[in-house]
Design a protein around this ligand. Structure first.
Ligand code: SF4
Length: 224
């Protein structure tokens, strides 16, 4: 294995002419398609597990069916499904009956809507809010001046408890909505069921973190 770390994000070849897209494609020295054959082989070995294979296959079919007009050629395809619809369709494809739904207290209204959408699709929805357990932030060693409401009781976000509640309820697939950076990491680490992220929290940009990236040359140039 090469000692060069993969750097796909810096690959300077056009996407359709890269080695990862075609057999005689081009690749830079730091290319994982070229240098990480062993890891790629190990990944293929994982697909020998029929459950993993089925999950990966259905995800790939869902991806393809996210586009209309495929019969007209790649240049004419048109994306037609918002992520929430893709999430519902994928859960149906996998024949899941019981879904986990974990969300942030800051997205309580959105959670009501999403829960209704999922329930209307005949899923059994198990939901848990980030603050469940009412554990004080002091449990984490957080000082009073490090809280949002200084001088008041403040429940800590408890993503590990969210995961353990979902695990206890034997959810088959967990949908994550708006957990904070780091809290989401802990939920994903401790969840038994596979997870998908419906929305990534961005308090400033209406949960669309990429808005800062799209406007990096104008309003968000200070980030560069
Ligand atoms: S896998 Fe190789 S060719 Fe593909 S983007 Fe990464 S570095 Fe470029």
């Amino acid at each position: 294995m090469s000692t060069e770390l993969p750097e796909c994000a810096r690959c300077h070849f056009s996407t359709q002419n890269r080695l990862c897209q075609k057999e005689d494609g081009k690749s830079p020295a730091y290319c994982p398609t070229q240098n990480y054959r062993e890891a790629i082989g190990q990944a293929l070995d994982e697909l020998r597990n029929p459950d993993i294979l089925e999950f990966a296959k259905q995800a790939s079919i869902q991806e393809g069916e996210g586009y209309a007009h495929r019969e007209l050629g790649y240049e004419r395809v048109k994306p037609v499904k918002p992520r929430v619809l893709e999430t519902i369709e994928f859960a149906h494809r996998m024949n899941y009956k019981r879904l986990g739904f974990v969300f942030c207290i800051g997205l309580t209204k959105e959670a009501e809507v999403v829960e209704k959408l999922l329930s209307a699709e005949e899923f059994e929805v198990v939901s848990a809010l980030c603050k469940l357990g009412r554990e004080p932030k002091e449990t984490l060693g957080v000082r009073d001046d490090q809280k949002i409401r200084i001088g008041c009781f403040e429940s800590m976000c408890n993503p590990i408890a969210q995961a353990f509640v979902m695990n206890s309820a034997n959810t088959e697939f967990n949908i994550v909505m708006g957990l904070c950076v780091g809290h989401d990491s802990l939920f994903l680490k401790y969840s038994d069921a596979p997870c998908t992220v419906l929305a990534a929290k961005d308090r400033v940009l209406g949960h669309n973190p990429l808005a800062a990236i799209y406007t990096i040359d104008s309003y968000y140039r200070y980030l560069k």
